[in-house]
Design a protein around this ligand. Sequence first.
Ligand SMILES: *Cc1c(COP(=O)(O)O)cnc(C)c1O
Length: 404
Amino acid sequence: MPDVHAAPQSSAETIEDFSRYVIPNYRRYPVCLVRGEGSWVWDAEGRRYLDFFPGWGCNLLGHCPPRIVEAVREQVGQLIHVPNTWYMEAQGAFAKALSERSFGGHCFFCNSGAEANEAAIKLARAWGHAKGRYKLITAEGGFHGRTFAALTATAQPKYQEPFQPLVPGFGHVPYNDLEAVAKLADGQTAAVLVEPIQGEGGVIVPDEDYLPGLRKICDERGMLLILDEVQTGMARTGRWFAYQHSGIEPDILTCAKALAGGIAAGVMMARKEVAAFLQPGLHASTFGGNPIACRGGLATVETIEEEGLLERGIAIGERFRARFEALREEMPDRIKDIRIRGVMIGVDLSFDATAVVSACLGRGLLINATHGHVVRLLPALNLSDEQIDEGCDILADVLREVTP
Ligand SMILES: *Cc1c(COP(=O)(O)O)cnc(C)c1O
C-alpha cells in the first residue's frame, strides 16, 4: 500500500495506475491535483493553477473552505453515518435551512444530481398515478443526469443513443418555447421538467416570461412544474435558487453540485401536498442526508450569509461581464455572446473552445468548454477581484492568440 502521508507520487505514476485499473469513461487532463485552497489548486509537481471551474461547479466556496472543513472534521469525530431509520439533528436542520430559503417545501436527501432528478421523476409519477398522468415533458439541450430516467429526461441524442430503449413516457420540446409545451401536453402529462438556465447545454438563459409561462401552463392543465437547479441552485446566480429571479415557484425542485460546499449531496424539495405522495417505503437512499453532507450544507449556508456572498456573486459576475464586453468589442468575430447570471458564466465563441481550454491550462488557468463552442466558468463565490483580473488577462491573451 502506498504511504498516503508521504510526498505525493508524480502525476505520471498516478496516470499509470489509472491506465491499469480505472475504467476510462472520462476524458482527463494529464494532471493529478493534490491540494487546493480557495480558487488556487496545486498538482503533484507543485504547479499552481487558478481555478475558474472548481469542482465542476460543486466547490461553490472554492477548495477546502475553512468553515466546511471545520464542520466536517467535527462531524466525522462524532458520527460518520447512520441510516435513515434514525433521526439526526443535522439533516433536520439542513432541511429547515433549505425550506426557509426557498418555497417552504419538504426535503428528500440523496447524493447526486441524477439521484435528485430520479426522485423528482418518481414523485411526479406517484403523484399522477391515480390521475392517469405519467408523462413528462423536458427540453432539448437539457441535462439531468446519467441514470435511466434522468438520461431519458436529458434530450440529447449523443448521451442516449447506445442505451436505447429508454424509459417510456418522456416527450421533448425546444427550450424556451412555451407553445411547444402547450401543444405536447395532454391529459396524461404529469409534469414539465426543465433547468431555469441550461448549464451543460451552453449557459442558455431563457426569456423572462419562460418560467412564468410554464407555471401558467402547468396550473391550467393540472401538471407539476419541476425545476432542475442541480447547477443553478445554492446561490450560483445571486439568489439561493435561480427561480427566485422569476417571480414564480416550482412544485418540485432538485439541487446537488454546490449544495454542500463540495461534499457529495443532493436534494429534492417538494411542496408539502405533493411530497405527501412519497409514502414510507416508496423511495430511499442509504447515504442520503448523512450527517457529514448535512453539516457541509449547513456550513455552506452559514458561510454564504455571514460573508455576504449572494451580493458578492452578483459583483463577481458583473466584473467578468465588464472584462468580456471589452474583449467582445476588440474581437467581435470571435466572441458572439456573453451570458452571465452571478457566478454562472458562458462566453459563446464563433469556434470550438477546446483549444482555448488547453491553452489556458498550459498557462495555469482552469476553465471549461461546453456545447462545443461555449467557454463556461463556474467560479467560487470568494474569488477576489485580483484573481478575476489575473485569470481574465490569461483568457484574453489566449482568445487573441489561439488558432481554432
Ligand atoms: C450536473 C447536473 C446533473 C447531474 O448531476 P450528477 O451529480 O452528476 O448526477 C443534473 N442536472 C443538471 C442541471 C446538472 O448540471
